[in-house]
Design a protein around this ligand. Structure first.
Ligand code: MG
Length: 269
């Protein structure tokens, strides 16, 4: 099931996106959204009789993390190498504020404090229930679904500050979307799913989730051994190699096979 959050110009609503995706993860032109009653994270999936053409609505970030985004650094060996370091021996965690989240099509605002803003295409895991001390074999029980993220990073500020809160935490630096796919499991991604980033149409990242150093159950166990996760919290699983700068006026698209694609323009702040 693909759960989207959307607006028709009024308050945000939730809906289920019907129909098959094409080979690029795009829905058919006649795809519809079946509107849901309330927030499915609180009340479950309660379809209404109302349908909207997908083309007629504006998709929003499919979830606003209830408390936090837990991001994982250097979780692909190729990316660890291009950053000039070793892959970490255990998952490298950092937090991003939920105020960094924007949705499909929303601008990524280029901060005046930075001269090097990079894309990082990533698989995102959305947590479905309050949890802590989750053993890896029970990780599936706490996952609500999966979506796409762009872990936008002010690379110069990341180096200058020595820790990453500002570099990763600017408003608009965590695009999420286009929806949450709830029917997949961690093994699907361990088997290998294509993750690509295009900058102005050029392929700049071309990875596979089979190259995750620490798989999704391991990440959930590691994170929840330290902190409680709440429904709607989001885990960013790391980016493959190929990161690089973006400029104002660029358009960046992150695609994950079976999940769709997430496109955002880069705009001056
Ligand atoms: Mg990242």
């Amino acid at each position: 099931m693909r759960i989207a959050r959307f607006t028709t110009g009024e308050d945000p609503l939730f809906g289920v996106v019907s129909g098959e995706l094409d080979e690029f993860g795009q829905p058919a032109d006649d795809a519809v959204l079946v509107e849901l009653s309330g927030d499915p994270l609180y009340v479950g999936i309660k379809p209404t009789q109302t349908e909207h053409r997908l083309a007629d609505v504006r998709l929003l970030a499919p979830v606003i993390p209830r408390s936090k985004i837990v991001a994982i650094g250097k979780n692909y060996a190729g990316h660890a190498a291009e950053m000039g370091g070793e892959a970490p021996s255990e998952p490298l965690m950092f937090l991003e504020p939920n105020t960094a989240v924007v949705g499909p099509g929303d601008p990524i605002y280029y901060p005046t404090q930075s001269e090097f803003v990079s894309y990082e295409g990533e698989l995102a895991v959305v947590i479905g229930r309050i949890c802590r001390d989750v053993p890896p074999e029970q990780a599936t029980d706490v996952i609500w679904g999966y979506t796409i993220a762009n872990d936008v990073t002010a690379r110069d500020l990341q180096k200058k500050d020595g820790q990453w809160s500002r570099a990763k935490g600017f408003d608009s630096f965590c695009p999420l979307g286009p929806w949450i796919e709830t029917d997949l499991d961690p093994q699907h991604f361990a088997d290998g799913v294509a993750i690509q980033t295009h900058l102005n149409g050029d392929l700049v990242q071309d990875g596979s989730t089979k190259d995750l150093i620490f798989d999704i159950p391991t990440l959930i166990a590691h994170i929840t051994a330290a902190m409680t996760l709440l429904p709607g919290d989001v885990i960013l699983t790391g980016t493959p190699e190929g990161v690089g700068p973006m400029q104002v006026g660029d358009e960046v698209e992150v695609s994950i096979a079976g999940l769709g694609s997430l496109t955002n323009p880069v705009a001056a702040r």
